[in-house]
Design a protein around this ligand. Structure first.
Ligand SMILES: NC(=O)c1ccc[n+]([C@@H]2O[C@H](COP(=O)([O-])OP(=O)(O)OC[C@H]3O[C@@H](n4cnc5c(N)ncnc54)[C@H](O)[C@@H]3O)[C@@H](O)[C@H]2O)c1
Length: 304
């Protein structure tokens, strides 16, 4: 039996880039798909391509940041296939800007699509999934930039918010049939192309620099695994796929040592002088623990 045989799955932002790659891969693994994109012709094109190859895919045009449209999108899947087994909250946008350059309009646009859009689709999907009672999977889409990156503050913050949403939803749903994870992909897409002009300064500030960006198809098996019943028991994780590297992104945690005491002005200053100043957390894209080999530091292409 194929990995996603008969699964009814919604993929947002599936008209191009990573979303289209997830859709093509899932269709080949037997999934029945509703493909969203705000660009209606793009979603139509990918759905038609999948049908032409014998798959089952329908398009749904709309903006995921509309709570009402998100409900329609999930209902389109339930209406077409009688159920919803999976959702990839892939639709996203990127607007660059350092702290002194970020505009209100750009920040709100990213929050709307990246955070509110994922929350809207996820909320409606989880309600339907809980009512079904069968194993079901939500895959949110995070990013390495949630660790902080040059000119990616607003974007990275929306992706950190998506990761945090993932942790909370997984906790709330841990005794149910619904699991919630996030994927942190890496691919050469239109979005990644838009980041190229910032790459040199980003690379200079990163511990982890990728020499080339993989094709979008490289990230697709990780998404398919998280959607499939093979990942039952995996929840609340941010899975990172970056070319040939597969890992988890660590969760925000309370770092050791946990100091205890009566925290007067003087005691806090002393704690920094004696302990915390030397234990400041690392900033930006980095591997946990030991630094990577020299090969990991080569320039010049990075992810968004
Ligand atoms: N490319 C990378 O290396 C990379 C790295 C980390 C995370 N991501 C994330 O992966 C996802 C896909 O990225 P990509 O590189 O394929 O981007 P992309 O720009 O190539 O494609 C994004 C698709 O989403 C659609 N979209 C945008 N706003 C929408 C909305 N409001 N409603 C519905 N659809 C909408 C676009 O029309 C487009 O088809 C995004 O969430 C992105 O943040 C990408």
């Amino acid at each position: 039996m194929k990995l996603l045989e008969g699964k009814a799955i919604v993929i947002t932002g599936a008209g191009a880039g990573l979303g289209a790659a997830y859709a093509r891969h899932a269709a080949r693994r037997g999934a029945r798909l509703v493909l969203n994109d705000v660009a209606s012709d793009a979603a139509d094109r990918i759905a038609a391509e999948i049908r032409a190859q014998g798959g089952d895919a329908r398009a749904s045009a709309g903006d995921v940041s509309s709570w009402a449209y998100a409900a329609e999108l999930i209902q389109a899947c339930v209406g077409a296939f009688g159920r919803i087994d999976g959702l990839i909250n892939n639709a996203g946008i990127l607007r660059h800007g350092r702290v002194t350059e970020m505009t209100e309009a750009d920040l709100r646009a990213m929050l709307d699509v990246n955070l509110v859009g994922a929350a809207a689709c996820g909320t409606h999907a989880v309600k339907a999934m809980l009512a079904q009672g069968a194993p079901a999977s939500v895959v949110n889409v995070a990013s390495g930039s949630q660790a902080g990156d040059i000119a990616l503050g607003g974007y990275g913050a929306t992706k950190a918010a998506v990761a945090s949403l993932t942790f909370s939803w997984a906790l709330e749903l841990r005794d149910t049939n619904v699991r919630v994870n996030a994927l942190s992909p890496l691919a050469h897409t239109a979005m990644a192309e838009s980041n190229m002009r910032h790459l040199a300064e980003q690379s200079a500030s990163r511990e982890v620099v990728y020499t080339t960006l993989p094709d979008a198809e490289v990230s697709a098996p990780a998404a398919a695994f998280l959607l499939s019943d093979r990942s039952i028991g995996v929840t609340g994780q941010v899975l990172r796929i970056a070319g040939n590297e597969l890992s988890f992104i660590t969760h925000p945690m309370i770092a050791e040592p946990v100091l205890t005491g009566d925290w007067t002005d003087e005691a806090i200053e002393a704690a920094f002088r004696q302990t915390l100043a030397a234990r400041q957390q690392r900033l930006g894209l980095a591997y946990e623990g030991a630094k990577p080999s020299a090969a990991g530091y080569q320039k010049p292409r990075g992810d968004v």
